[in-house]
Write a protein that binds this ligand. Structure first.
Ligand SMILES: NS(=O)(=O)c1ccc(CCNC(=O)Nc2ccc(Cl)cc2)cc1
Ligand SMILES: [Zn+2]
Length: 261
């Protein structure tokens, strides 16, 4: 997807605004399980992804983005809290330098070593990502927590190509990857709330859908994430790409709904 245009509008991430000016629905947040409200009207989520729309992997200097061709309605997300049809445009991760932290969202203050974000935009209402990113019902992001455990076979194809995008601004062709393999077996149990992008431009455009069930990846697989660099090949001082998560934001009266009791 053409998220690179949005990135070009980004301040250098870590000097960027830590709180969006006037923001009252910022992300990430701590999900207080006992304070979430069961909503029986929430429908099952129906992702329908076509692996043939997978196009490339790009190190944007903050994370690595696996980008999908979002010029047609081939990889879509419907249902759950969503009223409209959303198109997958990319997925990426956030992780720590140690397995003790790395996720952006937390569950009753519990941190996970990493978090997957699958980014979709509302193709019923908007014609491209950069337009949707400015609108309050513009984006839907599925968040999945990662835990250290057994090796994730589906992830390995991605891990094997990461050394090719070690440096900032490197890009490599990456095709026929089915992002559904990264979803947990149970996608009916999730929390959902109205939030924002967790990186600049921090726009309050996101319907967040956070999976209750985590996925497992091996220690070695996550170590390859940490072998990526924030810095480009030309820079003399190389900096490991770790701790690329935002600090938690206040709920400010928002309700987190759950699809399960
Ligand atoms: N973290 S999110 O799902 O709210 C999010 C989704 C989409 C965007 C716009 C495209 N840009 C992008 O994805 N940039 C990015 C990704 C990871 C890191 Cl660590 C830093 C920057 C920004 C944030
Ligand atoms: Zn993210």
């Amino acid at each position: 997807c053409s998220s690179k245009y949005v990135l070009s509008a980004l301040h250098p991430m870590w000097q960027g605004p830590l709180v969006a000016p006037g923001g009252n629905r910022q992300s990430p947040i701590d999900i207080r399980v006992r304070k979430s409200v069961f909503d029986p009207h929430l429908k099952p989520l129906t992702p329908d992804y076509d692996p043939r729309t997978c196009s490339q992997i790009w190190n944007n200097g903050y994370s690595f983005l696996v980008e999908y061709d979002d010029t047609t309605d081939k990889s879509t997300l419907k249902g759950g809290p969503l009223e409209d049809n959303f198109r997958l445009c990319q997925f990426h991760f956030h992780w720590g330098e140690s397995n003790a932290w790395g996720s952006e969202h937390t569950v009753d203050r519990r941190l996970f070593p990493a978090e997957l974000h699958m980014v979709h935009w509302n193709s019923d209402k908007y014609s491209r990502f950069e337009e949707a990113v400015m609108e309050e019902n513009g984006l839907a992001v599925i968040g999945v927590f990662l835990k250290i455990g057994k090796r994730h076979e589906g992830l390995q194809k991605l891990v094997d190509v990461l050394p090719a995008v070690r440096h900032k601004d490197s890009v490599v062709e990456f095709t026929r990857f089915d992002p559904a393999c990264l979803l947990p077996t149970n996608i009916d149990d999730y929390w959902t709330y109205a939030g924002s992008l967790t990186t600049p431009p921090l726009t309050e455009a996101v319907t967040w859908i956070i999976m209750k069930q985590h996925i497992e990846v091996s220690h070695d697989q996550l170590a390859v994430f940490r072998s990526l660099l924030f810095t480009s090949a030309e820079e003399e001082v190389q900096k490991s790409m770790v701790n690329n998560f935002r600090v938690q934001q206040s709920l400010q009266g928002r309700t987190v709904r759950s699809s399960f009791t």
